[in-house]
Write a protein that binds this ligand. Structure first.
Ligand code: 8GT
Ligand code: MG
Length: 148
């Protein structure tokens, strides 16, 4: 949080709408056949019921890579063995601003699944367009469909 964005009014801290974005580590997990792993966000979450690439918030004192490894262990039961940065997406939703730090996960161990009981799938890249993702993900999908 940037202190410049916190105003003190009548002894209450007010966080202004332009505060620092939520930093999120996101993994595009690649299977052996070129498919990628997607899972459905829990209905109650921000952007609920949409498909996502697994990941979550980078915690204080953590590197993005550490956060990626931790989130994929917690959410999908895998140990990341190698990953490389793919892109960084800045996106403003109506209610929050996110910075998605997106990594390609090229090698992992463990039996992949979804630890919180949500639906999950391996999907070929050409079929990603058939699934509803949060708005910010369109840029990731474009990049996967048309690599630089
Ligand atoms: N994991 C993930 N988050 C995404 C994607 N696209 C996207 O806009 N987000 C946004 O990034 C933010 C943080 O992700 P998250 O909810 O997975 O964070 P988390 O696992 O730490 O959640 P938690 O608070 O339940 O522990 C959410 O506002 C979510 O809507 C995506 O593909 N994957
Ligand atoms: Mg998450």
């Amino acid at each position: 949080m940037n202190l410049a964005h916190v105003a003190r009014v009548k002894n209450t801290n007010i966080v202004m709408a332009n505060s620092d974005p939520l930093h999120v580590a996101v993994g595009v997990i690649e299977g052996t056949d070129g498919h990628v792993f997607i899972s459905k966000r829990h209905q109650a979450l921000h952007q609920g019921d949409k498909w996502e690439f697994p990941g979550g918030k980078v915690e204080a004192g953590e590197t993005v890579y550490d956060a990626l490894v931790r989130e994929l262990r917690e959410e999908c039961n895998i140990e990341v063995q190698s990953a490389s940065p793919l892109t960084v997406i800045h996106h403003q939703y109506q209610d929050k601003r996110v910075m998605l730090d997106v990594w390609r996960v090229t090698s992992f161990s463990g039996e992949i699944g979804q630890n919180e009981g949500q639906e999950w799938l391996w999907v070929p890249i050409y079929a990603l367009g058939a699934y509803q993702f949060p708005e910010a993900n369109q840029a990731i999908i474009d990049l996967l469909e048309n690599p630089l």
